[in-house]
Design a binder for this molecule. Structure first.
Ligand code: GLP
Length: 242
């Protein structure tokens, strides 16, 4: 794992957006895995700025989002589809037919098949849940390798209440998530974590034992992962890095 610690959230999120912009310039038909979450909002804002300056062209790109809630329509303001349209897709030139979300098809593994048909994910951007989840792969004794339906833990529903007017009861109990195997098959993974609330789980994810109880720790087994942290998220690992 390559770990990059930047002095501020702004620098960390701009570094990730800059990396995606360079990837789009180098490989215009890139297949991206994309997450939602508050951490990613400034990344998508910066990508929109890069796009407006002609430095991020999504015309030939394909995207596969990591997860989506079950039982909300894609046009519901709390859905991850709405989140992506609001923060990125409606503001750049990605073709509507090139943006994919799990859960649309009756068979969840149809999602893996469409990822394979697209040639696999070249670059998967991921965030980190407070409990170590990746996408909606929640901590458990065993993890599903492929796209699957998940029952969300109450901590995760709480963390996502901001999308449903702050009401935990409004957050669906189930979601569909890309599996951990699908994420790990991506050619490159960028894990972005910011803020002091994630400092402990960052340490467990990148410097603790590899365990399904901290799904993000499985990234340690991937040969091409860049971890981008701001100073706050890196607070507990700085000593082990220096
Ligand atoms: C959600 C998403 C994850 C994301 C996590 C962190 O649960 N399913 O993909 O990484 O939240 O979100 P935040 O950035 O808001 O802390």
């Amino acid at each position: 794992m390559q770990v990059l610690v930047l002095p501020s959230e702004r620098r960390a999120t701009a570094a990730v957006a800059g990396f995606i912009g360079r990837t789009l310039r180098h490989t215009p038909d890139v297949v991206l895995g994309l997450p939602t979450g508050r951490t990613m909002i400034p990344v998508y804002e910066e990508l929109v700025r890069l796009h407006r300056r002609g430095r991020a062209d999504f015309r030939k790109a394909t995207t596969f989002n990591l997860d989506e809630f079950s039982s909300v329509r894609s046009d519901h303001p709390g859905s991850f589809s709405s989140f992506m349209r609001r923060h990125l897709f409606d503001r750049v030139n990605l073709r509507t037919s090139s943006a994919h979300f799990p859960g649309g098809a009756p068979r969840t593994d149809a999602y893996d098949e469409s990822i394979e048909r697209a040639g696999g994910i070249d670059l998967c951007l991921v965030g980190l849940g407070l409990n170590g989840h990746l996408g909606f792969n929640e901590p458990a004794a065993a993890l599903a390798p492929r796209t699957h339906r998940v029952r969300l833990l109450s901590a995760t529903r709480r963390a996502n209440a901001y999308l449903f007017g702050g009401r935990i009861a409004g957050v669906p109990s189930f979601a569909v998530s890309m599996g951990i195997g699908t994420i790990l098959r991506s050619r490159a993974v960028v894990l972005l974590v910011t803020g002091s609330s994630k400092a402990r789980i960052v340490k467990r994810a990148i410097a603790g034992p590899v365990t399904t109880r901290v799904p993000a720790s499985l990234l340690q087994a991937h040969p091409n992962v860049v971890v981008v942290l701001d100073r706050r998220a890196a607070a507990h690992i700085r000593r082990s890095l220096s």
